[in-house]
Design a protein around this ligand. Structure first.
Ligand SMILES: [Zn+2]
Length: 239
């Protein structure tokens, strides 16, 4: 039996369709963000105390580790941040008599959310997660090490004093900062917004971050980040 006209038409149509799919797939790949020498991944606070079982566990905080390890492979340059508090730090509820975690208090730089004791310098809780596999990280920036000052952001302490990170990144020639880690609505959000404030392009990788979400903080953080011009992306958007 020979091909009928119908079979031929159908085969031709299928051929054109698969060509169109291939072209669309190629375009989608090209549309992904290409990572280069002026891009840096900042992995925020992936520390034991912020993981399940830690003193200030972020819900599902451990779920950031696999996507972050994968992302780190795509970046030539990665830096890590580490929350690094003194004992009896001003951000700990236990430091303020009559205060409980997640209440607030007024400190000299404004309203401070009070947390359970966490990430005390040198403690097991302050250590980076064992499963974090980023040996090539070029810098670990510690923050919140002054007893009277918290620091959600890796760029500026809570009283807005610079940590030196903007200077470091500028001197290294970085232009674009990608943030992931813990917690989306605090240290990740503040770091990304301050990156914008320091003149960098900034993106937060949502699937590689998890939030605490206390009293609407997660929605508020996304809104503030959008306003600051921080891009909200997923790992899949990166080539
Ligand atoms: Zn802290």
């Amino acid at each position: 039996m020979t091909d009928t006209g119908l079979d031929f038409t159908r085969r031709a149509a299928l051929g054109m369709l698969s060509g169109a799919f291939a072209a669309a797939a190629a375009r989608a790949e090209q549309a992904k963000m290409q990572i280069g020498e002026t891009d840096v991944l900042i992995v925020v606070d992936v520390q034991n105390d912020f993981l399940p079982g830690g003193s200030l566990a972020v819900p599902k905080g451990d779920e950031v580790i696999a996507p972050i390890n994968a992302l780190a492979q795509k970046f030539a340059h990665v830096i890590l941040t580490q929350d690094w508090h003194t004992p009896r730090h001003a951000s700990f509820a236990s430091t303020h008599s009559g205060k409980k975690p997640f209440e607030t208090t007024a400190l000299r730089y404004g309203t401070q959310v009070l947390w359970p004791d966490h990430c005390v310098q040198g403690s097991r809780g302050a250590a980076l997660a064992d499963a974090l596999d980023i040996a090539k990280a070029e810098l670990i920036i510690r923050k919140g090490y002054r007893a009277d000052t918290d620091s959600y952001s890796a760029f500026n302490e809570a009283d807005r004093r610079p940590t030196g990170l903007a200077g470091y990144l500028k001197e290294r020639g970085f232009k674009r900062v990608f943030c992931a880690g813990l917690a989306t609505d605090f240290c990740v959000a503040w770091t990304a917004q301050d990156a914008r404030g320091a003149g960098f392009d900034a993106a937060v990788i949502e699937d590689a971050s998890r939030g605490i979400d206390t009293q609407g903080s997660l929605a508020a953080a996304w809104e503030a980040m959008a306003k600051a011009g921080v891009q909200r992306i997923n790992s899949a958007a990166i080539a």
